[in-house]
Design a protein. Structure first.
Length: 256
C-alpha cells in the first residue's frame, strides 16, 4: 500500500500531467488546474521543502524554489481565469477600489489567494512577495463578503494563517484571532478537517513552546477519518502526513 505522502503526490501529479498534455484547456479544466497547482504546491513541494531544510539547507532552498515557481504559475493562471470575466481584474487587485464579484467567482478567488499565499511562504518572506500581503487580505475578505461559510470552513482556516503573519497584531491578539477562526472552522467542517488541528499546533502551540498541547493537537489530527467520499480527502491526507512528520521531529522545535 502506498504511503499517504506518495498517494497525494501520485494522485495530484497524475491529474496535473494529464491536463498539461492537452493542447487546449476549457475554462473548467483551467479552474481544475489552478486548484491542483495549489494542492501540489502545499501538499508535495512545500512538504518536501520543510522537511529538507532541517537536514540539508541547500536542498531545502532548492525545493522552496520549485514550490515558488509552481505558485507563480498558479497566480498567472488564476489571474488569467478571472480576467476572462473581468477585463480590469489585475488593476482591481492593486488599487483601493472594492472588489465586487458574483457567488460563482468565490472558488477562483480562493485558489488565487492560496497561490499568492503559497508564493509568499515559499519565497521565505522575500520583500517582493511581502508587498502582496494586501492582495492576499483583499482576496480573502472578498471571499468572506460573498459567502463566509463557503468551503465548509476553508475561509476561516485561511484566515488563521493570515492572522499569523499580520505585522499589526501582538502575539496575544494573534492567538485570540487564530483561536476564534479555528473554532469557527471546526464548526463549519463538522470536525472533519484534520488540517485545522495541524495548523493550530504550528501557528499557536509551536511558537509558544507548548509541547504537550502541540503533540495533542497533532495526535487528534491523526484520529480524523480519511474517506474518499469526504470533501477533505486530499487535505486530510496532506495534514496527517505532516502531523506524523512533525511528531517524529518534535525535538527539533522544543527546548525541554
Amino acid at each position: 500500500m502506498l504511503k499517504q505522502e506518495s498517494l497525494v503526490e501520485l494522485f495530484v501529479d497524475t491529474k496535473i500531467s494529464n491536463l498539461q498534455k492537452k493542447p487546449f484547456l476549457s475554462l473548467e479544466e483551467k479552474k481544475d488546474l489552478l486548484k491542483l497547482y495549489n494542492q501540489y504546491g502545499f501538499g508535495v513541494l512545500m512538504e518536501s521543502s520543510d522537511k529538507a531544510i532541517i537536514k540539508n539547507y541547500s536542498k531545502g532552498i532548492e525545493n522552496y524554489k520549485k514550490a515558488y515557481d509552481n505558485f507563480v504559475a498558479a497566480k498567472i493562471l488564476g489571474i488569467g481565469i478571472l480576467s476572462l470575466k473581468y477585463d480590469n481584474f489585475e488593476e482591481l487587485l492593486i488599487n483601493d477600489k472594492e472588489l465586487n464579484f458574483e457567488e460563482e467567482d468565490i472558488e477562483d478567488l480562493y485558489w488565487l489567494m492560496a497561490a499568492y499565499s503559497g508564493a509568499l511562504s515559499s519565497s521565505r518572506s522575500d520583500p517582493f512577495e511581502l508587498v502582496n500581503l494586501p492582495i492576499i487580505e483583499k482576496l480573502l475578505t472578498t471571499c468572506f463578503k460573498i459567502d463566509p461559510k463557503w468551503g465548509s470552513g476553508a475561509l476561516y482556516s485561511a484566515m488563521m494563517s493570515y492572522c499569523a503573519i499580520r505585522p499589526d497584531l501582538s502575539e496575544a491578539s494573534k492567538k485570540d484571532s487564530i483561536s476564534h477562526y479555528f473554532n469557527k472552522a471546526l464548526e463549519l467542517s463538522d470536525n472533519k478537517d484534520a488540517s485545522l488541528y495541524v495548523s493550530y499546533a504550528e501557528l499557536v502551540h509551536k511558537p509558544a513552546q507548548e509541547r504537550n498541547l502541540f503533540e495533542k493537537k497533532l495526535n487528534f489530527a491523526l484520529t480524523v477519518k480519511v474517506s474518499k467520499n469526504n470533501t477533505f480527502y486530499i487535505s486530510n491526507l496532506i495534514a496527517q502526513n505532516r502531523a506524523k512528520w512533525l511528531i517524529s521531529d518534535i525535538n527539533e522545535y522544543f527546548i525541554d
